[in-house]
Design a protein around this ligand. Structure first.
Ligand SMILES: NC(=O)c1ccc[n+]([C@@H]2O[C@H](COP(=O)([O-])OP(=O)(O)OC[C@H]3O[C@@H](n4cnc5c(N)ncnc54)[C@H](OP(=O)(O)O)[C@@H]3O)[C@@H](O)[C@H]2O)c1
Length: 275
């Protein structure tokens, strides 16, 4: 965000102002707001980025849109499709842009990879890592925790990017403290293609995308984050969002796409519960 060529950080809000000041120490142009509310009331702020726990995405997006700010909200857009629908409707009413911060979709190598797929038969998408801190927001049900929402949202997103909307979903999950620590889903598509999605807090770092087509097997390692890459998908995402705001053009990931992703996440959760 600091590296963006078409936007700048004007104000940062935190529950802890000292922490916010420390974060901004190298950026003399930016100010610290007294509170999240104060940031939304700041006339110099055109758009807000919401990196709060999942359960707070909806509340603060709705408040930001009421304050007539554009919103770039962390993934997943809400905790379920109903929240995502409310957020999309609020953006429509406010006449402001809303985009889910799915940065991996902005990576040029990912775009090339997906565009290269012809006649897919099966997609396998996995994202797992070892989460040891039981106090992490991801381990708290009340904050919208769980592996499915945290990393499964990527696996579902990329499967839908390649295969479209599934018509059938089955799933299994292991639970701990009321959150899923591992979820596996099987999606089936009208074309006859299938996708398996896997999300976990119990494995070593694991990210892989495999696409089996009629002619070849395509693989991409670390498809969802590529921090040591020449391209910075976060910067590309922020700049793309700012372009939409500045020129009033549709955002690259429209709310309808995020709602569709959340619907599949809801279906996976429901299927795992009833299995
Ligand atoms: N796109 C990506 O690459 C990526 C990577 C990681 C996470 N995420 C997403 O970003 C969001 C935040 O994840 P994170 O890993 O950054 O979490 P985090 O380190 O725990 O940060 C969340 C922040 O939210 C604020 N907050 C407000 N109310 C809170 C509460 N009740 N409990 C805890 N924190 C609260 C806190 O900031 P203050 O105290 O300063 O107000 C806290 O630092 C999630 O939606 C996650 O899915 C995206």
């Amino acid at each position: 965000m600091f590296a963006s060529s078409n936007g700048s950080i004007v104000v940062l809000a935190s529950r802890d102002q000292a922490r916010a000041r420390e974060l901004l120490s190298g950026y003399p142009g930016a100010r610290v707001a007294e509170s999240y509310e104060a940031l939304l009331g700041d006339p110099e702020v055109d758009a807000v980025y919401i990196p709060l726990p999942n359960s707070l995405h909806s509340e603060w997006t709705l408040r930001a849109l009421e304050a007539k700010k554009h919103v770039l909200c962390e993934k997943p857009l809400g905790v379920d499709a109903r929240e995502a629908e409310e957020m999309a409707a609020a953006a429509e009413r406010a006449g402001r842009h809303l985009m889910e911060a799915f940065m991996y979709r902005f990576h040029p190598a990912m775009r090339d990879f997906v565009e290269s797929v012809r006649e897919p038969l099966h997609v396998e998408a996995s994202f797992g890592f070892q989460l040891k801190d039981r106090n992490d927001i991801r381990m708290q049900a009340a904050l919208g925790g769980g592996a499915l929402l945290d990393v499964g949202c990527y696996a579902v997103s990329v499967s839908r990017w390649i295969l479209g909307e599934p018509r059938g979903v089955s799933a299994r999950a292991s639970l701990e403290n009321g959150v899923d620590v591992t979820t596996t889903g099987l999606l089936s598509f009208q074309s006859g293609a299938t996708a398996s999605v896997w999300a976990s807090f119990e494995s070593p770092e694991e990210q892989e995308l495999k696409v089996v087509t009629r002619r070849e097997v395509l693989r991409r390692i670390r498809p969802f984050s590529s921090y040591r890459d020449p391209h910075d998908p976060y910067q590309l995402m922020v700049e793309s969002f700012a372009e939409s705001v500045l020129h009033d053009r549709p955002v690259e990931i429209p709310p309808a796409e995020s709602i569709a992703n959340m619907r599949v996440l809801d279906q996976i959760r429901a299927a795992a519960r009833s299995s």
